[in-house]
Design a binder for this molecule. Structure first.
Ligand SMILES: NC(=O)c1ccc[n+]([C@@H]2O[C@H](COP(=O)([O-])OP(=O)(O)OC[C@H]3O[C@@H](n4cnc5c(N)ncnc54)[C@H](OP(=O)(O)O)[C@@H]3O)[C@@H](O)[C@H]2O)c1
Length: 285
């Protein structure tokens, strides 16, 4: 059997790193994408040793920037004839409002537009695989919010006290909506597309924010979170299990399909979000 080729974003820490380790042990060819080159090269080197697998490579990209998403997609398309698995996993919460160097609100840029653009840019390579899977890491944090197209970059919501959290919730809702809209477009093709909640997982998540917020998340993680090994299980299941072959447009939790909140299933809203995402990514270089 030929080696599967898998791209994992955010593979240098947390559940992405564990996922990379487990898929690396299967002998798959892995492209690990994250923003920090030094850390990324170290992680790739360590994984090559741990997994006894030389086919593990690091590719640097700040995925909140569309130019980096495009560069890494070009690199992958030039390096591999086909791509079997794409795991959109890199994500973060920004407690205070931030803009990327390209002028887009950072939560929306990293957590949603990155998934949207990278997946679309790699569709041809995914089509070249005998059967391919796109896996979008979302969150149960999507519950209780709706996408506000009038405030798609969260400018208004950031004026509220918990604005950073709500922006994150919206981005995770967007992950499921995008996943379902893409699955619909891929019907009848050899590519499936699903989203998932990994659980509340003890990782570096939120730590870059510093201050009281990061401290509170850290305390919560110490007492209430599962390990990164457990948190990675659902995405590893979606990447590897024959049970999910052909299953598409679902949201998974604890390795089982689960109903997301109603706004995630609103097809009209999904299509509106698709149109906005397309127009916000169309002209980037
Ligand atoms: N932890 C939880 O409880 C939880 C719950 C639900 C959903 N999730 C979701 O799970 C996913 C992974 O989270 P995690 O908990 O494993 O977080 P984590 O430990 O903070 O790891 C995040 C990974 O994403 C990378 N990353 C962050 N910003 C990036 C950027 N601008 N460009 C490229 N890579 C970037 C990081 O790279 P560096 O190593 O360079 O920082 C790291 O490899 C996220 O989508 C998150 O929303 C997490």
């Amino acid at each position: 059997m030929s080696r599967k080729v898998c791209l994992i974003t955010g593979a240098t820490d947390g559940i992405g790193l564990i996922t990379a380790r487990e898929l690396g042990k299967l002998g798959w060819t892995l492209a690990l994408v994250s923003r920090n080159a030094q850390k990324g090269e170290r992680v790739a080197r360590e994984l090559r040793q741990q997994c006894r697998n030389e086919e593990i490579y690091f590719k640097q990209a700040d995925l909140s920037l569309q130019r980096d998403v495009r560069r890494v997609a070009r690199d992958v398309a030039e390096t591999y004839e086909s791509l079997d698995i794409l795991i959109n996993n890199a994500g973060a919460i920004f407690w205070k409002e931030q803009k990327t160097a390209e002028g887009i609100e950072k939560t929306f840029a990293l957590n949603h537009l990155n998934y949207f653009l990278l997946s679309n840019l790699l569709l041809d390579r995914l089509r070249s695989a005998p059967s391919a899977r796109i896996i979008n890491v979302a969150s149960m944090a999507h519950r209780g919010v709706k996408i506000d197209l009038q405030d798609i970059e969260n400018n208004k919501i950031y004026k509220k006290i918990r604005g950073g959290w709500i922006a994150y919730q919206r981005s995770k809702l967007a992950n499921i909506m995008f996943s379902n809209a893409l699955a619909r477009r891929l019907e009848g093709e050899s590519i499936t597309c699903n989203s998932l909640h990994p659980g509340f997982v003890k990782t570096r998540f939120a730590k870059d924010n510093g201050g009281l917020f990061a401290a509170l998340v850290s305390v919560g993680m110490t007492f209430g979170a599962i390990s990164a090994e457990k948190g990675a299980r659902t995405q590893i299941h979606l990447a590897t299990s024959p049970e999910v072959e052909g299953i598409s447009g679902k949201y998974f939790d604890l390795c089982k399909p689960k109903n997301p909140d109603a706004p995630a299933l609103d097809e009209q809203a999904q299509e509106l979000l698709w149109d906005v995402s397309e127009s916000l990514t169309r002209n980037s270089q």
